[in-house]
Design a protein around this ligand. Structure first.
Ligand code: GDP
Length: 190
């Protein structure tokens, strides 16, 4: 009689433990699913509301500035001005790349010279983010001709001539979209 009771007791304890193990495993699975569900539910809000007041622009540190070792100082100025660098690459453009990029200027008398210059050495291409990034970056670059650029602007400080003017920046949202797509195709920039 006592032996039978003892055996039942042991079986009950063993069953309880097995049950507890199952409950524990199910609970942690539940927790994991719950946190995944929360993350998934938050995703659209993260994408939509993360940086609603931000704009992206496209910038180039041109071959003259890269060659003169102005890449570092220009990037420092970019960061000091509050831009977030969303993408950055060192590229050697071919003449064809430069012609495609500056296609809007193909009727201009300086087109051949400009595309030869732009493919004459490595450039640094960047995707920059800030509130009002397009205007802010153009203001930081200054006028096309360094001789006419305001003191403190990048072209004044680092540019040598109207062609070798150190930096490029998109001039409108449509241009920025085209130029970012030209140099960072298929890359998630935000
Ligand atoms: P940006 O928007 O200030 O860069 O000026 P543009 O879109 O008018 O010109 C594109 C680039 O062409 C400039 O950044 C210069 O490198 C070059 N460029 C502009 N005007 C002249 C020019 O009169 N002569 C030469 N040689 N190059 C020029």
């Amino acid at each position: 009689m006592r032996v039978a009771l003892l055996t039942r007791l042991i079986r009950t304890i063993a069953l309880d433990r097995a049950l507890a193990r199952v409950v524990r495993r199910d609970l942690s699975l539940c927790c994991a699913w719950f946190s995944h569900a929360v993350l998934l539910l938050r995703l659209p809000f993260t994408v939509a509301y993360d940086r609603p007041d931000m704009e992206l622009t496209f910038a180039i540190i041109k071959p003259d500035a890269v060659k003169a070792r102005f890449t570092g100082p220009i990037i420092q100025r970019i960061e000091e001005a509050g831009f977030q660098i969303r993408a950055m690459r060192l590229r050697q453009l071919t003449q064809k790349d430069a012609e495609g990029f500056y296609a809007v200027h193909k009727e201009r008398p300086f087109f051949a010279s400009l595309t030869t210059f732009m493919s004459s050495g490595p450039v640094v291409v960047l995707a920059l983010e800030a509130p009002d990034a397009i205007k802010t970056w153009r203001a930081l670059m200054g006028a096309t001709d360094p001789a006419k650029a305001e003191p403190g602007t990048l072209r004044k400080e680092f540019g040598a001539s109207i062609e070798n003017n150190a930096t490029h920046g998109s001039d409108a949202p449509e241009t920025a979209a085209f130029e970012l797509g030209y140099f960072f195709p298929g890359i998630e920039l935000r």
